[in-house]
Ligand binder design. Structure first.
Ligand code: SAM
Length: 286
């Protein structure tokens, strides 16, 4: 433990405060303290945030800061902070600025020399990645895919050969169209994880080769409902794009019992594939 005082006295500060993405118990002690002690809370939707504040018995005044007024209102808030007020920024859920308002305010604060203090906390992209089983050493958060199919396909083409994990936010009414466009651009064998309703009652995290994932989603309408994150395995040169899922399963099983070379040779024989490609895939992925 280092610092017991929540607000730093006499230093004009903007606090960036994440709020829960579903489960209210995910708010941090520090977030509650900051929201209670600041002079003003800048909120994406004051009514929505009002409900959260009343749940935690917080009575701090709120101020609307959303996509449509942020550029213009940010200056007002910067001036308030410079006059000695402390302000917390929240969005409807999760971490402000992550596909949410706040960028202009933070930028203007830093330009004006105002201290910006970020609190760690809930964020759907990190929550999803941590449980996805996909490589997490390198990843790129791509925000929401475009709503129109042509722009979406262009976007998917631009990330198709990225070797790191790509992560998208998606909405309930577009999820199937987006997965179909992914199938078209990335192929049926690309591994994709759908993480929906994180931290909530119907939390579901399903990872499958894309073709199978689409079939799985179609089996139950509820699987298209709620809030969701889509995570796409990075492209691999000798990858699941070229090696059928069945062959990968066999190779993975055999490699648990046999040297990789032998496992690759048997799989190559059974599936009529090149053993070198399987061996290389095994070295990179198992
Ligand atoms: N700032 C938020 C964050 O830190 O994650 C994201 C806000 S963005 C407007 C909302 C999108 O985040 C949703 O459409 C969904 O893609 C994703 N999201 C938010 N909460 C989620 C949850 N509980 N489960 C899955 N995805 C979620």
């Amino acid at each position: 433990m280092t610092d017991s005082k929540t607000l730093s006295a006499n230093i004009p500060t903007l606090y960036i405060v994440p709020t829960p993405i579903g489960n209210l118990s995910d708010i941090t002690q520090r977030a509650i303290e900051v929201l209670t002690e600041v002079d003003l809370i800048a909120a994406e939707d004051t009514r929505h945030t009002g409900k959260l504040l009343s749940y935690f018995n917080i009575h701090t005044k709120t101020f609307a800061l959303h996509d449509h007024n942020e550029q213009q209102k940010a200056q007002v808030l910067v001036e308030k902070i410079l006059q000695g007020h402390s302000i917390a920024l929240v969005s409807d859920a999760g971490t402000p600025l992550i596909s949410d308002p706040g960028y202009h305010l933070v930028h203007q604060c830093r330009q004006a020399g105002v201290r910006v203090v970020p609190l760690p906390g809930a964020c759907a992209v990190i929550t999803a990645l941590s449980a996805s089983g996909l490589p997490s050493d390198r990843f790129c958060f791509e925000g929401f895919l475009p709503a129109k199919s042509k722009a979406r396909v262009d976007k998917l083409n631009s990330i198709a050969k990225h070797s790191h994990t790509s992560i998208f936010y998606e909405s309930t009414h577009r999820i199937l169209d987006s997965l179909q466009d992914m199938l078209h651009v990335l192929g049926s064998e690309r591994e994709v994880v759908l993480a929906r309703e994180l931290t909530k009652t119907f939390e579901t995290i399903q990872g499958l080769p894309l073709g199978e994932l689409i079939e799985w989603v179609k089996l139950d309408q509820n699987r298209t409902k709620g809030e969701m994150v889509v995570l796409v395995h990075g492209y691999r040169e000798t990858s699941q794009n070229e090696i059928p899922a069945e062959a990968i399963r066999l190779l993975t099983l055999l490699a648990k019992e046999l040297p990789l070379k032998k496992a690759a040779a048997i799989t190559a024989e059974m599936h009529n594939l090149k053993k070198n490609a399987l061996y290389k895939w095994g070295l990179e992925s198992l």
